[in-house]
Each structure stands twice: as C-alpha cells, then as structure tokens.
Design a protein around this ligand. Structure first.
Ligand SMILES: [Zn+2]
Ligand SMILES: [Zn+2]
Length: 172
C-alpha cells in the first residue's frame, strides 16, 4: 500500500529506532535507540554483546534470576523473572558511540522505556528529551522521578504503529 501522507518527525525517528532494533541478536528483547539533534540523526544503536564477542544467537542468553514485587488483583506478589545480561543495552551503546558535545540538548528515541541503569546514564549524558514506545513498568516510577528532577522531557508516543513486520511482542 502506498501513501502520500508524510510521516511526522516522531514517527520518522521511531521507525529508525525500530529498524536498529532488528539488528539485535538477543531473542528475549530487541531494543533500538537513535540520537537526534534538531532534526538530524547523529547515531543509532541496539542491544548486543560487545563487538567480537559471541552474542545471544551464538552463545545463548546469559540469564539471571530476579524477583519482582507486583500488584496482582490488589495483592503484592513476588514474581520470579529471568533477565538476559549478555547484552549492552541499546541506550548504553548509543552513549558509547556518540560524542558528548553532540548530545548536549539532543533527543533519544528508544523503542522501550529505559531501565533504571540506562535512565541514570542518559540523565548524565547531556540529552534533554527521551521518547519511547513500549513501557517498562518495573523501573518506571523511579525513572519518571529522575527525569522530572533533571528536567528531561520524558514522553511515550501515542498512536504510533511500528513498521509492519518489525515489532515483535517483546518479552520483559
Ligand atoms: Zn540475550
Ligand atoms: Zn537499559
């Protein structure tokens, strides 16, 4: 289907973040992030093992077990979860491959709401806006607090649809 409707900038850059996410080799999570200054794309990244090191598709995920307090029907419950720690998160790779001076006052588009560690690093990176699509409830409260404290605009895209055939259900 072709369309002559021009994509808005949010859609344009989030589409690129989703394209970057397709490079990820971790079967548990495909995350992409891009750095934007004004309307200029300055970098893109995805979650992955360090360069030259076997990734999840070759060596399997490196799983750790975690327990998380969750509200289930108004009751607090301990929920056991597994998390893959083999990869450097997309946001962290983005910071490793961009320059501080380019980041001052810039925007990060990321497919998933950042975890606490990534949010903490982004808060110290010079960026002033984070735009995400999928939520990550586990760390959301502390991350939102941090962004408010730092005066970083933190917003979820509404009524955005990832490019067809790209976004898979992303298990957390
Ligand atoms: Zn993995
Ligand atoms: Zn992270």
């Amino acid at each position: 289907m072709s369309t002559s409707i021009r994509k808005d900038w949010d859609t344009y850059f989030m589409d690129i973040a989703f394209m970057a996410a397709t490079r990820s080799q971790c079967p548990r999570r495909h995350v992409g992030a891009v750095l934007v200054q004004g309307k200029k794309l300055l970098g893109s990244a995805y979650n992955g093992a360090p360069m030259g090191v076997p990734d999840c598709s070759e060596a399997g995920c490196m799983l750790v077990e975690e327990f998380e307090v969750k509200q289930v029907d108004g009751q607090e419950q301990m929920v056991r979860k597994e998390r893959c720690i083999r990869t450097i998160h997309a946001e962290q790779n983005l910071l490793l491959f961009t320059d501080r001076k380019d980041r001052e006052g810039s925007t990060v588009y990321v497919t998933d709401q950042p975890c606490w560690t990534c949010a903490n690093m982004l808060a110290n990176s010079g960026i002033t806006e984070i735009v995400y699509l999928r939520t990550y409830p586990k760390d959301s409260d502390k991350v939102v607090n941090l962004m408010q404290h730092k005066g970083i605009t933190f917003r979820q895209l509404e009524s955005y649809q990832p490019p067809a055939g790209i976004a898979e259900a992303s298990p957390k």
